[in-house]
Design a protein around this ligand. Structure first.
Ligand SMILES: [Zn+2]
Ligand SMILES: [Zn+2]
Length: 305
């Protein structure tokens, strides 16, 4: 599982940073990509990072400000030109249906695959299958904005192939039964117990991807005990008043949320265009004074979860 930041700038792009979009790369886990926010030029950034639009399964928007939304029409309609016709689920605050209807009708565009739209109006569980579930909570921004908590369910143990080999067991035909921990009889008459050949249950990973917000209780709850949390840090610590005024957080505020949530690791993003890439060290160091395990994202940076 990897997080790739496609855009890390707040409000508008700069020559160094594009606007918000993050890929949660689940190619290994389920052969699919999940996209969080979709600022302008997201499809271009996906190409640079070598992600195929065809692999998109889920698109989750935190809110409908342009720097998180304006790349969506291009992503959705370009995907229609591809061979793969798998369905996409789009989760976003209320208003997204009207946006999609308007943009497709005015531009004479259409989609060639099913688009399942879930409009967010309140906190709750918005996605669940045998592998993952996703919970949302409303944050505190100037417009309705939701943060996402992504929980991977515990992964079943894998078979200890080396041990099976050591004991001269040909697992080919028995694989499924052994994997379920069942007892099986071998051709040579031996009875073996699948449980003796199973490793440990692998605990699922937890992530929080939060949108634009001032520090709030919902962020702490969403990020509680996560392996990785992504929080905006639009401004440096000295500009706390400016940040509050515009519904944003500072480096130190993001770090304080990470600490209060007992997250293991914090990645800050959504950096004001006033800062150049060279300012990144200063910004991340401010956060580290409160939460040591902080990193700052730059465009196309990938973090393994
Ligand atoms: Zn923003
Ligand atoms: Zn915003």
């Amino acid at each position: 599982m990897n997080l790739t930041f496609l855009g890390t700038s707040a409000g508008c792009p700069t020559a160094e940073r594009n606007v918000s979009a993050i890929i949660l790369d689940l190619l290994q886990e389920r052969g699919r990509l999940w996209l969080f926010d979709c600022g302008e030029a997201t499809q271009m950034q996906m190409q640079k990072a070598k992600f195929s639009l065809a692999k998109l399964e889920l698109i989750c928007l935190t809110h409908l400000h342009g720097d998180h939304l304006f790349g969506l029409p291009g992503v959705l309609t370009s995907r229609s030109l591809m061979q793969n016709q798998s369905a996409v689920t789009l989760i976003a605050p209320k208003g997204i249906k009207q946006f999609i209807e308007t943009v497709t009708s005015v531009s004479y565009s259409w989609l060639t695959y099913p688009l399942n739209i879930i409009e967010l109006e309140q906190d709750g569980m918005v996605f669940e299958d045998e592998q993952f579930c996703i919970e949302v909570k409303q944050l505190q921004h100037r417009v309705p904005c939701f943060g996402y908590r992504i929980i991977e369910k515990d992964r079943p143990p894998s078979l200890m192939i080396d041990k099976l080999k050591q004991d001269n067991i040909n697992i080919g035909p028995l694989y499924a039964q052994l994997k379920q921990g069942k007892a099986v009889t071998l051709d040579d008459g031996r009875v073996i117990n699948g449980l003796d050949y199973l490793g440990k249950v692998k605990p699922g990973r937890k992530l929080a991807i939060l949108g634009d917000t001032i520090p709030c209780q919902a962020s702490i709850e969403l990020a509680k005990d996560t392996d990785v949390m992504v929080h905006e840090a639009t401004q440096e610590n000295a500009l706390q008043d400016t940040a509050l005024d515009r519904g944003h957080s500072t480096t130190v505020q993001a770090a304080t949320i990470a600490k209060q949530a007992h997250a293991k690791r914090l990645i800050i993003t959504h950096i004001s265009p006033r800062y150049s890439l060279q300012d990144s060290t200063k910004l991340v160091n401010e956060a580290k004074t409160v939460f040591a395990n902080t990193e700052i994202a730059c465009d196309l940076a990938t973090f393994q979860v």
